[in-house]
Write a protein that binds this ligand. Structure first.
Ligand SMILES: [Zn+2]
Length: 243
């Protein structure tokens, strides 16, 4: 069996597992307890946005496990993220009523950066085009926002505490949707492979966040290639040694 056949087989198996999980979730679905509240104030322009349906479900699930209701802290939280994408964490915090500011984010996609400005512009302080620029921020290397406003970028002089850091590190090397994902050395030779852990660890060293969340694909915990006994998930210590 070729590596491609193995990849296809794993992809089909994952699809089937996902379908089974969706069916199982559908069976357990209950009516939202927040049906009486159809919308809430939010967004950079103060417009009315739909209430997030899953916030009520999560609260109900937590209560069902004996957990108390989420009580957002009185103080504002400082958030940092790398490879931010749509900043899903911002929507989660917003749905649960947390006050927060996005101290520093990095995102290569113009469309995602525009999306963030539109939805969280009033919370957004320093915006970078990639993680490398974010890590090297200084007066001489300002973020995109400060450069556009022609003001001093004090991103790296931030004296406050970073309560949460979320890093969606590069996922292309591990994606099972990539045609050569399971070819020999395909993961390690990918141009993004070496940047992943080193960037994340440098971000942690720079911001010293209370909590760090790293997001990755299912393919991150699948074998390097058809002949390998290891998955990338099992090798972070080896990568850290190279820093
Ligand atoms: Zn800045």
């Amino acid at each position: 069996m070729s590596s491609w056949d193995v990849a296809m087989e794993e992809e089909i198996q994952l699809s089937q597992e996902t379908s089974a999980q969706i069916s199982e979730a559908d069976k357990r679905r209950t009516e939202s307890t927040d049906a009486g509240v159809a919308s809430e104030e939010g967004g950079a322009r103060g417009c009315t946005v739909p209430r997030t349906w899953w916030a009520g479900l999560l609260k109900a699930a937590g209560n069902g496990c004996g957990l108390p209701d989420i009580q957002p802290p009185a103080r504002s939280l400082n958030i940092v993220s790398g490879c931010t994408g749509c900043s899903a964490e911002s929507f989660v915090l917003q749905a649960f009523g947390y006050d927060f500011q996005l101290h520093s984010i990095s995102e290569r996609s113009n469309a995602y950066r525009d999306f963030l400005l539109e939805n969280h512009g009033d919370r957004l302080l320093h915006v970078f085009g990639d993680v490398k620029s974010q890590l090297e921020a200084s007066d001489a290397r300002p973020c995109l926002t400060c450069a556009a406003k022609n003001i001093v970028c004090n991103e790296s002089e931030f004296a406050g505490e970073v309560h949460l850091m979320v890093a969606g590190s590069p996922c292309d090397p591990y994606s099972v949707m990539r045609q050569k994902r399971f070819h020999e050395d395909s993961v390690m030779r990918h141009r993004d492979y070496s940047t992943m852990f080193s960037s994340v660890l440098r971000m942690i060293a720079k911001y010293l966040p209370f909590i760090t969340i790293l997001e990755q694909l299912l393919g991150f915990d699948q074998k390097f290639d058809a002949a390998s006994p290891e998955t990338p998930y099992q090798r972070p210590a080896a990568t850290a040694d190279t820093l």
